[in-house]
Design a binder for this molecule. Structure first.
Ligand SMILES: [Zn+2]
Length: 479
């Protein structure tokens, strides 16, 4: 019995597709990392199943429209998690799905009179372009739901065998929530009274948080959710319908993540991330499906990032509110994209983030300062080399201290505001040295040769350059 009251065995093959661990550096950069785990509701020491290797699954976009800057906060958070793990020597096997079948996609195809493939490939490609523009480290794979129909069918059959799935008279398949011990108590704490069977007068919409749709009339329990939606001739399309052993239809959204996580990463994964809005029902349902079919713990660490708020009223950005900004409209210039990256990456991922002109202005200013110093460093270090001067300057000790603080900050549940402060402390030390040199040079020119100018502390500046490059492995701004 684990900490959540559910007996679960560990998977014998936690990471079926992974190679044996060879690359983990257990030496100087091994550090205890803590992450806030939504499963335990506490900051826990992160311990992957295989030492040095991390299997990581993240929920990707629904590819029917441009992703908005709120979505990109999630993708940048995934990137920061991954970069921090890689910084400390972990080998991260990351999978991010693309949702290319759901109600919204079908509606959009019908509106625009284009095929599912045409629509979803277009927006999948645009999504990849945006990831590149944001300097996001690519995942091993971005699997598409429609390429994994057999895996999803198999999962439903496994669930049925375990008494957790049933088919409605209309042919749809549902997850039987009442039969799943611990449902609604993993990432959330649901009122179990809401899980009782439907009585005549109740409607699913009356219960907050269920993903109510037109299939609700077919299900038995109010909180039961669709695994497979049977073909409805007046709504469904041929290019979004599959004939399978469990009937003619299409998969439910939650199912695809369980099926693809299992296929690419095995029954038990180390880390799963997503926006906080996915906690329930999506992630809770993933757990129910994966654990209900395999009997293994699905994921050991769940991480959720906060919303992006927008405008003077600090409203949550969402497509339904109509106040969403795509990356292209919010950041028309390449430097704006970098500034947006800095704004998100230097924030604390669990807090809400205000996307305002002032915040973007501050991010642009910070980048400008970083870029200016790097240009100066390039100018003096290119020809000056690393051999000049000693390490007895004032810069090197500052750099060493800040690098240590930086490591501590990023290992402390991605305390990126603290990490950014370290970066600027290093920057300031170098700026101070350039200022000192310029001032002395000017004074010497005024007084002719009477004043001696202490040369630039090139060794110290070289440590600054090294520290900035090291920190940028996490910030990802130098591109
Ligand atoms: Zn998902």
């Amino acid at each position: 019995v684990d900490g959540y009251g559910i007996p679960l065995k560990m998977s014998s093959q936690p990471n079926a597709n992974a190679q044996p661990s060879t690359s983990h550096t257990s030496g100087s950069n091994k550090r205890e990392i803590t992450f806030y785990n939504s499963l335990s509701r506490s900051k826990d020491v992160f311990e992957p199943i295989l030492p040095g290797k991390v299997s990581m699954y993240t929920c990707g976009p629904t590819v029917y429209d441009y992703a908005h800057v709120g979505n990109f906060r999630a993708f940048l958070t995934y990137d920061t998690i991954k970069r921090v793990l890689q910084y400390f020597g972990y080998d991260v096997d990351h999978i991010c799905n693309l949702t290319d079948i759901d109600d919204k996609i079908i509606k959009r195809c019908n509106e625009q009179n284009i095929s599912l493939m045409e629509l979803t490939h277009k927006f999948a490609n645009l999504f990849m372009d945006d990831l590149k523009a944001l300097n996001i480290v690519p995942a091993r794979a971005y699997p598409r739901a429609t390429d994994h129909i057999p895996e999803m069918v198999q999962l439903i059959q496994d669930l049925e065998r375990n008494g957790l799935a049933y088919q409605s008279d209309e042919g749809s398949w549902y997850f039987n929530v009442a039969e799943k011990e611990g449902y609604g108590q993993q990432l959330v704490t649901l009122d179990l009274a809401g899980m009782k069977k439907r009585s005549g007068s109740e409607t699913a919409g009356a219960i907050r948080g269920t993903d109510a749709d037109e299939y609700d009339a077919e299900k038995v329990g109010l909180r039961d959710f669709a695994l497979w939606k049977s073909h409805k001739p007046d709504f469904d399309r041929d290019d979004a319908t599959w004939d399978t052993e469990i009937g003619r239809g299409r998969p439910g959204w939650h199912l695809e993540c369980s099926a693809m996580a299992k296929k690419y990463l095995g029954d038990t994964i180390d880390l799963h991330a997503g926006g906080v809005d996915l906690t329930f029902p999506h992630h809770e349902n993933e757990i129910a499906q994966s654990e209900g079919s395999s009997g293994c713990r699905f994921c050991n660490c769940w991480m959720h990032n906060g919303f992006v708020n927008i405008g003077a009223k600090d409203e949550k950005m969402s497509k339904s509110k109509g106040n969403f900004l795509t990356l292209r409209t919010a950041c028309p210039k390449p430097d704006d994209v970098r500034a947006y990256r800095y704004l998100v990456v230097s924030s604390y991922y669990r807090n809400p983030l205000s996307f305002t002109d002032a915040a973007m202005g501050a991010a642009r200013g910070a980048l400008k300062r970083i870029d200016a110093l790097r240009t100066k460093l390039d100018g003096v270090l290119e020809n000056g080399g690393f051999s000049e001067g000693g390490v007895d300057g004032v810069i090197a000790p500052v750099v060493m201290e800040q690098l240590e603080k930086f490591d501590r900050a990023i290992a402390d549940d991605l305390a990126m505001p603290r990490a950014a402060a370290c970066l600027f402390a290093v920057l300031k030390a170098a700026e101070g040295e350039f200022k000192r040199f310029a001032k002395e040079t000017k004074a010497a020119e005024k007084a002719d040769s009477a004043v001696t100018v202490e040369p630039l502390d090139l060794a110290g500046l070289a440590t600054v350059n090294h520290a900035l490059l090291k920190m940028d492995k996490v910030f990802g701004l130098f591109y």
